[in-house]
Write a protein that binds this ligand. Structure first.
Ligand SMILES: CCCCCCCCCCCCCC(=O)SCCNC(=O)CCNC(=O)[C@H](O)C(C)(C)COP(=O)(O)OP(=O)(O)OC[C@H]1O[C@@H](n2cnc3c(N)ncnc32)[C@H](O)[C@@H]1OP(=O)(O)O
Length: 223
């Protein structure tokens, strides 16, 4: 006896999140981020933890039964570079980005915007991003600086990959505290784009400095 033919898998979706479902995706991701940080920062009864595991696994199985999604590259190769961000505009190169995507359930959810020739972002490292005691993980700080520098490229419509990134940690990066990251272009030499930036407290005290070399690439290499 032969096995019945299995259903073909639904086609993979590689479009940006549809406008009508974006708010609910963001709301779900926000709730999950809240739960993640709460689990790290609060005592929890074992019974509640068992319930969380049971319900999370059951929900994950339902989500996994849906069509697969993958990064929408077409939009990244075209639309992203066609308009220069307006002053104050909230920016998102894709909403599932681990640093600045609002729809990533385990991301940092940094909020970048244009401020003149700079990109400025509000960032608050939740409890789950702790590395050394009471300090955000140095790698999380580096990720924030890499991502915010990437947004500077939008101001000159220059697709580029990070070639080198250097961080000077000048003071502890507090967790669960509102901070401000900034980045701007220092200079350009052919394909080499030199970017700098910093991370400061809301009061303006320096926490970390970053400098990086991004190497410009043709859009076709954004695969
Ligand atoms: C992703 C961008 C989109 C942005 C969207 C907005 C927000 C984004 C937010 C996301 C942001 C996150 C962004 C990310 O996470 S990007 C992801 C992390 N980065 C990567 O994956 C990059 C991996 N590396 C490569 O793909 C290639 O090596 C690159 C493209 C970098 C260069 O390979 P390519 O074959 O094309 O160029 P080349 O080798 O002829 O070199 C050309 C020139 O550059 C100089 N050079 C090269 N590498 C280095 C180096 N490491 N240090 C110092 N210098 C270096 C080299 O000496 C030469 O100089 P010269 O000899 O001519 O003087």
């Amino acid at each position: 006896m032969t096995n019945p033919p299995s259903e073909p898998p639904p086609p993979t979706v590689d479009e940006p999140i549809a406008a009508d479902t974006l708010p609910v995706r963001i709301a779900a991701a926000e709730a999950m981020r809240r739960l993640n940080h709460a689990m790290v920062a609060h005592e929890t009864d074992p019974e509640l933890l068992q319930r969380i595991a049971r319900e999370a696994n059951a929900t994950a199985a339902i989500v996994e039964a849906g069509a697969r999604r993958q990064r929408p590259i077409r939009q990244m190769k075209t639309q992203l570079w066609q308009t220069t961000p307006e002053e104050g505009q909230r920016l998102a190169h894709f909403e599932e980005c681990m640093v600045s995507g609002r729809a990533n359930p385990m991301g940092i959810a940094m909020q970048p915007r244009r401020q003149g020739d700079r990109i400025v972002a509000d960032v608050n490292f939740g409890a789950a991003f702790e590395g050394a005691p009471k300090r955000a993980h140095g790698g999380a700080v580096a990720a924030v600086m890499d991502d915010i520098m990437g947004y500077v490229l939008l101001l000159t419509a220059t697709p580029a990959f990070t070639g080198r990134l250097s961080i000077s940690y000048r003071a502890p990066t507090p967790v669960q505290t509102d901070l401000v990251a900034s980045a701007w272009m220092d200079r350009r030499d052919g394909r080499k784009v030199f970017l700098v930036g910093d991370l400061r407290t809301a009061e303006g005290d320096l926490i970390a400095e970053a400098d990086a070399l991004f190497v410009a690439i043709p859009r076709e290499r954004l695969t």
